[in-house]
Design a protein around this ligand. Sequence first.
Ligand code: FE
Length: 243
Amino acid sequence: MNQCVNLICLGYNLLMDLKALYKISYGLYIVSARLGDKLNGQIANTVFQITSEPPRLAVGICKDNLTHKFISESGAFCVSILSNEAPLSFIGRFGYNSGRDTDKFEGVNQCDATSGSPIVLDNTIGHIDVKVEQSMDVGTHTLFIGLVVDAEVLDGEPLTYAEYHRIKSGAAKPAAKTASTEVSEADINGGDKYRCLVCNYIYDPSVGDPEAEIAPGTLFEDLPDDWTCPICGATKDEFTKED
Ligand code: FE
């Protein structure tokens, strides 16, 4: 009893199971903004509707990210909804790079939304364009809340945050696979899984790497020396064998 009292004396239970937070359902999005003639965007899961009349949306963005500066100064952002067939490399492009070092939009099909923010047209199934009405300082992040000024739905199914992690961990196969990597279960010989130390992607030999045309059944040891993590681009020596 005394232990319980001590554990909650700070206002929260030190033994609480934070894995409960992983049970909250999310989607996965590219949140983008424009500053002058420069475009930037990042991956975010914390996008949610606040009100329906009028339609309002909120997004949580880390203050350290360049996208935070773009949204703060432009007063607008666009949410492009990722398809469940979006390649991991495409997600990694927006999620594991900084716009300070690279132009994330180079080679990406995009057009201007009503607010002026860029709409990502590749590997997305729609977008929601938002003008910021207010922002809330929540420590490491800012919660931007705004009015939906335009929205569009295209064909396809959205990628959920849970499915993204299932694919990333090797628990599910990506929806988009190349025909050349199709093999029967009998061709798959097992083998050790390896985890990327940078982004936690897990290479599963039974899945292979469809984007790089690595067939299921290919052992990690047999991957080409120049193979890199499909999400973050880490090299093979930045992987560790899973227990
Ligand atoms: Fe990685």
